[in-house]
Ligand binder design. Sequence first.
Ligand code: HEC
Ligand code: HEC
Ligand code: HEC
Length: 437
Amino acid sequence: MMKKTIVAALSILACGTGWAADGTPATADAQRIKQGEYLSRAGDCIACHTAKDGKPFAGGLGIESPLGTIYSTNITPDKDTGIGNYTLEDFDRAVRHGVAKDGHSLYPAMPYTAYAKVTPDDVKALYAYFMHGVEPVKQANKDTDITWPLSMRWPLGVWRWMFAPDVVTAPVTAPASDADKVALLRGQYLVEGLGHCSTCHTPRGFALQEKALTDADGSAFLSGGVVEGWLAKNLRGDMTDGLGSWSKEDIAAFLKSGRNGHSAAFGGMAQVVQDSTQHLTDADVNAIAVYLKSLPPVNKNATKPLAYNDTVAQALRTGKDTSDGAMTFLNNCAACHRSTGKGYAETFPQLALSSTVNSADPASLIHIVLKGAQMPGTSAAPTAYAMPGFDWRLTDKEVADVVTFVRASWGNEGAAVSASDVAKVRKDVGAAKAPVR
Ligand code: HEC
Ligand code: HEC
Ligand code: HEC
């Protein structure tokens, strides 16, 4: 250890920058680059900065916004088209303050309001990784599809002034002897900062700003938001639609493997698990779980968990429930999710007591029935089971019937869904036209 430090120190003295004459990083720098790579996973930079089938971090992914399409930029160290000429200060200004090197404000599609929470040391490690650990790629940035006058960038500066938080100057720590507090603070740091969980999981206000950036801003924080037609669920302590009935271990397993006894990841969360959370250390995943479990419910009175009820399972088994919803369920869903609604753990998620099923907003439930979904394949659970889409097979009324049936069975307590709710989602998510009966 001692030796390594001395060697690193000497190499820094030797060439000022910490880089050996042949261009290979000295030990301390190699470690910083590795740390930066880990942090880039925690920040999921790759998800937005890589186009479909594109080179890693070369940008060009279109991100839909109410104004038009915003394209992510090339953040490889290419000097002409990427960020190869960015100093640490330039990089910091973009990542934490939302201002590009030439001074223009970035669209908040780049989650700099969350990254403002990243410590200066971690920014340094990220910078080292992007300068020396990422392959430079020559690929010019695309302009946004936003038309004038909305394309003017100066209002973004006003937005920044109104909504961006101050950047963090030093880490918030607890004495090492208080292991619980250390984990809680680490989890908070990852969730609020690099994890930018709130960009999807917090509802947005009139100017598309997140209604809360931390728990201290109010219980809107992580209380659920809609992204690309999926409901990024309530992650607070609510019993029926939040994480109230999930243990710390359940949350950790979900983030690590993409599934647990309650649910499996789909929609935007499948990619978050795939690119980001599965790569985190057990300690970090546990810290996130500890922090999420500390968030009080939005509805302080809803403290009673749902309880399983087998009336419907028995009626289905004995052929007594012949309602349209029950028949559609038996013909299309029961093979995987079973007539008990309990599915097969970690393969076909349970529908009984599921937070997807019981959320007040049925967006995800209708969306998954129409378009299907695929779990992430992770190193902890490599098989990416998929659910087929029923858009081409079921009419709006049939989908409404089956979803209403699921929301009222096995102890679930979701409100009924109408055919016009389904028609709207079918249009919004670009599902196939309904079959004509
Ligand atoms: C949710 C999507 C998203 C994530 C995640 C994301 N970015 Fe971005 N980023 C963008 C978009 C979109 C832009 C371009 C914004 C614009 O043009 O106004 C951008 C711009 C940038 C810029 C400015 C580049 C330039 O040309 O000036 C840098 C630097 C950057 N991102 C670094 C990162 C890093 C580092 C991470 C991970 C810690 C990251 N981004 C994660 C969407 C994202
Ligand atoms: C790109 C948007 C996005 C980001 C970023 C995101 N999530 Fe999610 N998340 C979703 C969506 C959509 C769902 C609902 C689908 C599902 O349950 O898999 C979800 C579901 C979840 C669930 C399951 C909840 C349940 O009741 O079934 C957990 C736990 C979760 N997210 C945690 C996190 C954490 C922790 C972070 C930050 C590290 C995060 N998410 C970041 C979109 C996102
Ligand atoms: C071939 C097996 C199969 C069939 C048939 C099927 N599903 Fe699924 N279902 C799955 C799988 C696999 C997942 C997990 C998908 C993921 O996480 O991406 C899933 C996930 C779900 C979820 C999300 C549960 C959660 O919280 O994670 C709901 C709700 C759901 N299915 C409802 C239905 C309904 C309603 C039908 C009938 C119209 C149906 N499924 C038919 C396999 C199936």
